[in-house]
Ligand binder design. Structure first.
Ligand SMILES: NC(=O)c1ccc[n+]([C@@H]2O[C@H](COP(=O)([O-])OP(=O)(O)OC[C@H]3O[C@@H](n4cnc5c(N)ncnc54)[C@H](OP(=O)(O)O)[C@@H]3O)[C@@H](O)[C@H]2O)c1
Length: 246
């Protein structure tokens, strides 16, 4: 897909992977409706990109706000060509210590929001549109202390693997991107004391992979060759990783 002049709805645009993706999309000549909660960050985005970006403040855990977001985005962009489901968060720690409503909120944002936004966006995306989901490598290998987050991303992957075939009939392509550990505020916000291991990548790198995936139209996308291998052996080696990685 040539991104010049395309109308893109991007969630989680205020920081991390989404913020870097926004920068690249504007560079490609797209018009972007950029969604987040952080008012200050949305103001900065407005200042940095002017008319190429339409910031929309919304808490996506609320279904009514999701309806407002798609309506506004389609109006200001004059339609929609791409929906990027990027907003999400993690919860780190033993699940027995996590309040029930917090776990439900995580599923609301990480799982139900991409599905609901897709349903709302389908009438605009008909014939040639794209839904791109920022999933996670954790969808293949669940990790202890990340139980509800692991489950949300595995469910997201599973849903869109099946929905992809249904949406193909509508002329809509589904792309799933599976980043591994990426250096953003995600870990601190999840209550984890930092990024372990040396294999982390920058959000700029993940953003480049997302934009390349949109341009090339590949449906299952890993950030590196080794991530792809890890996902493939996840079924066999996954239980060991789940036991060992803490
Ligand atoms: N970092 C990693 O290692 C990694 C690896 C694999 C996949 N991922 C996935 O990549 C995506 C982006 O993560 P990131 O690393 O860039 O994290 P991040 O820096 O914490 O950014 C998360 C984004 O999601 C938005 N968001 C979260 N909850 C929201 C809500 N209720 N309503 C509206 N917006 C909400 C945030 O908006 P506000 O700040 O404005 O609230 C922010 O823009 C997530 O889906 C994450 O699961 C991350």
């Amino acid at each position: 897909m040539d991104l010049r002049g395309k109308g893109i709805l991007l969630t989680g645009a205020t920081r991390g992977i989404g913020r870097e993706t926004l920068k690249l999309l504007v560079g490609e000549g797209a018009k972007v409706a950029a969604v987040g909660r952080d008012e200050e960050a949305l103001k900065e985005i407005r200042m940095a990109y002017g008319d190429a970006v339409f910031p929309i403040q919304a808490n996506l855990s609320d279904p009514k706000q999701r309806e407002r977001v798609v309506g506004m985005a389609a109006e200001v962009l004059g339609g929609l060509d791409v929906l990027i489901n990027n907003a999400g968060f993690g919860i780190y720690g033993p699940f027995l210590n996590v309040p029930d409503d917090r776990m439900r909120e995580l599923f609301e944002v990480n799982f139900w929001t991409p599905i609901h936004l897709t349903r709302l966006a389908v009438p605009f995306l008909h014939n040639g549109g794209v839904v791109l989901n920022v999933v996670s490598l954790i969808a293949f290998v669940p990790l202890q202390r990340w139980a509800i987050y692991s489950a949300s991303k595995a469910a997201l992957r599973s849903f869109f693997m099946a929905a992809r075939e249904e949406l193909r009939g509508e002329g809509i392509k589904v792309i799933n991107v599976y980043p591994s550990v990426t250096r953003t505020d995600f870990f601190q916000r999840a209550g984890s004391d930092g990024i372990r291991g040396t294999g982390s990548v920058s959000p700029e790198k993940v953003a480049k992979v997302i934009v390349k995936a949109l341009k090339r139209g590949k449906e299952e996308v890993f950030v590196s060759f080794w991530d792809g291998i890890l996902a493939k052996i996840g079924f066999l080696a996954g239980p060991l990783a789940t036991k060992l990685v803490k």
